[in-house]
Design a protein around this ligand. Structure first.
Ligand SMILES: NC(=O)c1ccc[n+]([C@@H]2O[C@H](COP(=O)([O-])OP(=O)(O)OC[C@H]3O[C@@H](n4cnc5c(N)ncnc54)[C@H](O)[C@@H]3O)[C@@H](O)[C@H]2O)c1
Length: 253
């Protein structure tokens, strides 16, 4: 039981698909017990099964933009495990290309609520647990879209730029508590999110535009984002905080 309590604990939001699933799988292989937060319970349960099920993690259904649900999710995990070592704020919504004058305030608010408020709430409820241990690693998933915007992705690009600003501000704030805060800016990846950025999700040309924007000439693989998370979570990154790690095949250059 003592060994079990010493096992490190990670929480991954948006763990039902794409990067979140690959991140959860990698952290489980690194020896973490993984809390899987998502609104998609069925998808998160599939991820949980892929980790080996019971004993390797738990699914906690929550909308990351909802304060009460996030507070309850972190309380559930703290009650079960009594510690938290790593938080990966990964859940987000894409945006269909929309000119700024046509974007509704409701669409703007929903995107900001999930992509920015969700990251804030994750940190709000994780940090007190990490402070008890005087150590922890928080990894926020931004996007190359924050650095190299595309026309029509106004709210999405703004939300991902906000994640970078928030990461840097909180990194400074928590440095003296032994908690590191970094972010990853992925390039385009062929996950279920990708069609959400296309004017015509059915068209092959839409996908080609994304591939051709990457100097390495290919999509980023979820496993490559998971490897960056594993690095930032590890002791190898003990001197790294407030950083933006571009994993984008050179797209940001
Ligand atoms: N796919 C890409 O090309 C790309 C590129 C750069 C950055 N990103 C970022 O990577 C992260 C993961 O994206 P992905 O491509 O794996 O997308 P995805 O759509 O496959 O996964 C996103 C997950 O977030 C969950 N989610 C959405 N809204 C939620 C909410 N309100 N509460 C809880 N969970 C919610 C979804 O159910 C889903 O499981 C996101 O932050 C995204 O912005 C993706």
């Amino acid at each position: 039981m003592q060994a079990e309590q010493a096992r490190p604990v990670a929480v991954v939001t948006g763990a039902a698909s794409g990067f979140g699933r690959a991140i959860a799988q990698r952290l489980a292989r690194e020896g973490y017990w993984v809390g899987l937060i998502d609104i998609n319970q069925a998808g998160a349960t599939e991820t949980w099964q892929s980790l080996g099920g019971e004993g390797h993690g738990a699914v906690v259904r929550a909308d990351v933009s909802d304060e009460a649900q996030m507070q309850a999710a972190f309380r559930t995990i703290a009650d079960q495990r009594g510690r938290l070592d790593v938080l990966v704020n990964n859940a987000a919504l894409p945006q269909r290309p929309t000119r700024v004058e046509s974007l509704s305030a409701a669409e703007w608010d929903r995107l900001m609520a999930v992509n920015v408020r969700g990251v804030f709430l994750g940190m709000k409820f994780a940090v007190p647990l990490m402070k008890q241990q005087r150590r922890g690693s928080i990894i926020n998933i931004s996007s190359v879209a924050a650095l190299r915007p595309r026309p029509g992705l106004n709210a999405y690009c703004a939300s991902k730029a906000a994640v970078i600003g928030l990461t840097k501000a909180v990194a400074l704030e928590l440095a003296s508590d032994g908690i590191r805060v970094n972010c990853i800016a992925p390039g385009p990846a062929d996950t279920p999110m990708l069609p959400g950025f296309m004017a015509d999700p059915e068209s092959e040309t839409g996908r080609q535009v994304f591939v051709e924007s990457v100097p390495l000439g290919r999509f980023i693989r979820p496993e490559e984002i998971a490897a960056a998370v594993a690095y930032l979570a590890s002791g190898d990154a003990a001197a790294v905080t407030g950083a933006v790690l571009n994993v984008d095949g050179g797209r940001h250059v």
